[in-house]
Write a protein that binds this ligand. Structure first.
Ligand SMILES: Cc1cc2nc3c(=O)[nH]c(=O)nc-3n(C[C@H](O)[C@H](O)[C@H](O)COP(=O)(O)OP(=O)(O)OC[C@H]3O[C@@H](n4cnc5c(N)ncnc54)[C@H](O)[C@@H]3O)c2cc1C
Length: 534
């Protein structure tokens, strides 16, 4: 027998820990934004999500992507997408924990913040199935207004992934169909037509170029009527029969691979009008802004998991006689990655509190601007963040057996769907044009932080100058300044002084362009302790 070598200096898996307890910024944020009552629940969930069998579900769901079958063995059209059992288990867990509905089921102080914290922890396990969970969560307010029988079933904590009519199911999930071949951002270009059937229902003829989670029980879809673009609920089953939604094929995607995204043709698919004819965008917009909110959360969670893996590795791996975390260049990279998470999380949780208090006009204004600016900035920062974290693991980080590879493939998705970057930047300008009070609300949120942080005040002045000069060509810069000033101010008010100071100096002052180029004097050790719950 030859003994070639002992396996040494490899990092043990990060499992069977309390993911909530390890996340100092999350614990502080949850308390700060009004959900202290959920701390015990979040510890429970943080422990559950890091159990080895849970982690295995995330890997299995991605190793076995969904498979589409158009016909049964005797040639009948079935349009069935088969998911791996692990995908259904992840869905069942998310629904049981109320990630699709909890703040609507029991509205109350801190409910959105609690759900946001749970979603942020949950999506670190696996992001793909978050797509239908988010769409279901986001569709709930629209359905409550226009289709209460569906809304009631949406509130169930029982996931039912079976292929059968919605009436027979205890709980439902929802998808959405807006994007067509000729236009996704510009939904006014939608060509799908809806014809009234005379009994209050409509028949849709056309196609959708992207329809994710095609096994959902129903889809909010846009289609043209004589009065203009209108919003419909199109169930997958209609009067006991498969509805006329034909899947052409599944998309072969870079990320979000555990979840199916399809191209469909609507060959007289039946549905119900939601809201008024011609007011489709107004009807679906609430759903869209909630999905954008979840993109912020999902990307913040992705950043957190990537950073956690990187810190965990650097605490174990030795190179050149020291643990990586003790090597100053590596410590600076990790600290910078942690700073990014601090900013992303603070902004996401602040928006969750705005949702909790959405009846208050000030919070509405904040949410209006914050959803667009946050979706833009947090999602856009994530691919670079995921890549840097992956590099911290060296070659292992690129392997599909490490979650860092998957996090990297997931990273661009949230930035592109639900309104790509430019669309968010334009939405920021639209919000400011329609309600200039949005900017006043933003400033009020920043007030109190200016005195101690002159860089924040400078950035605010620069923002106002850009708004006056040439907003359209500066839309991205305006949007990023909005996000950075809010993130900086939230940290200035809620995080330890050195964290806020490092964030503001590196993001609005003397920091470099890639991660790991923090300003001198940064309290790197503090940031590293916060990254690992110490
Ligand atoms: C994995 C995945 C799943 C998806 N699932 C769904 C789904 O379930 N349902 C659904 O309806 N859609 C879905 N989409 C589609 C997604 O929402 C669209 O791809 C996205 O909105 C962009 O639309 P588009 O692809 O048509 O690109 P376009 O609209 O052609 O945009 C292309 C680029 O041009 C930019 N752009 C557009 N207009 C302007 C402008 N005025 N000024 C400057 N720049 C502009 C955009 O920001 C973008 O960068 C999914 C996409 C992905 C990647």
């Amino acid at each position: 027998m030859f003994s070639t070598h002992d396996v040494q200096n490899q990092t043990p898996p990060l499992e069977d820990v309390d993911g909530f307890a390890l996340d100092t910024a999350l614990i502080e944020g949850v308390r700060r934004e009004g959900a202290a009552a959920s701390i015990d629940e979040l510890h429970r969930y943080g422990r559950l999500l890091t159990q080895p069998d849970m982690l295995a579900l995330g890997f299995a769901a991605n190793a076995h992507p969904p498979v589409f079958d158009s016909h049964d063995r005797t040639g009948h059209r079935i349009d069935v997408v088969e998911y791996h059992p692990s995908y259904h288990q992840l869905m069942a867990l998310a629904v049981k924990e109320g990630l699709h509905a909890s703040p609507w089921q029991s509205p109350g102080p801190g409910m959105h913040v609690t759900r946001a914290a749970k979603y942020y922890l949950h999506c670190q396990l696996e992001a793909g199935h978050g797509c239908p969970i988010t769409m279901t969560f986001a569709a709930a307010p629209v359905l409550k207004r226009f289709k209460p029988d569906w809304h009631q079933k949406l509130m169930s904590r029982q996931y039912d992934g079976a292929n059968r009519p919605w009436q027979q199911k205890p709980g439902l999930t929802l998808g959405m169909g807006m994007t067509e071949k000729q236009g996704g951002s510009d939904v006014r270009a939608n060509e799908t037509r809806a014809l009234p059937l005379g009994d209050g229902s409509y028949e849709l003829v056309g196609h959708k170029w992207f329809l994710s989670a095609p096994m959902s029980d129903g889809f909010l879809m846009l289609a043209q009527t004589p009065a203009g673009l209108s919003c419909f609920l199109v169930p997958r089953w209609w009067q006991g029969q498969k509805n006329a939604i034909e899947v052409q094929r599944l998309k072969d995607k870079l990320g979000n691979r555990s979840n199916a995204s399809s191209e469909v043709e609507l060959k007289g698919a039946c549905g119900w009008l939601l809201g008024e004819e011609g007011k489709g965008v107004q009807t679906i917009i609430e759903m869209v802004s909630l999905t954008r909110f979840d993109c912020m959360l999902g990307s913040s969670g992705g950043q957190r998991q990537a950073l956690l893996q990187a810190v965990h590795h650097a605490r174990h791996r030795q190179a050149f006689g020291k643990r990586l975390v003790e090597q100053p260049v590596m410590a600076a990279v990790l600290a910078d990655l942690q700073l990014e998470v601090e900013g992303s999380l603070a902004m996401s949780l602040r928006m969750a509190r705005a949702l909790d208090n959405a009846s208050h006009p000030y919070e509405q204004l904040l949410l209006r601007l914050g959803t667009a600016a946050g979706k833009y900035w947090i999602c856009k920062r994530t691919p670079q963040h995921a890549y840097e974290a992956m590099e911290c693991l060296g070659g292992n980080g690129v392997m599909e057996s490490f979650i860092t590879a998957r996090l990297y493939r997931e990273a661009p998705i949230n930035a592109i769907w639900e309104g790509s970057g430019n669309i968010q930047a334009l939405d920021v300008l639209r919000a400011l044009q329609k309600a200039s009070e949005c900017l006043d609300a933003w400033q009020r949120e920043l007030d109190g932080a200016f005195g101690e942080h002159p860089l924040l005040a400078m950035a605010w002045r620069q923002l106002q100058h850009l708004l006056k000069a040439d907003p359209l060509s500066q839309a991205r810069r305006i949007t990023e300044l909005l996000a950075l000033t809010l993130q900086g101010a939230l940290l200035a008010k809620g995080a330890p002084g050195p964290v806020a100071d490092a964030f503001i100096r590196s993001r609005l002052g003397e920091g470099g362009h890639s991660f790991g180029t923090l300003a001198g004097g940064t309290d790197v050790e503090l940031l590293l302790r916060r990254a690992y719950g110490e």
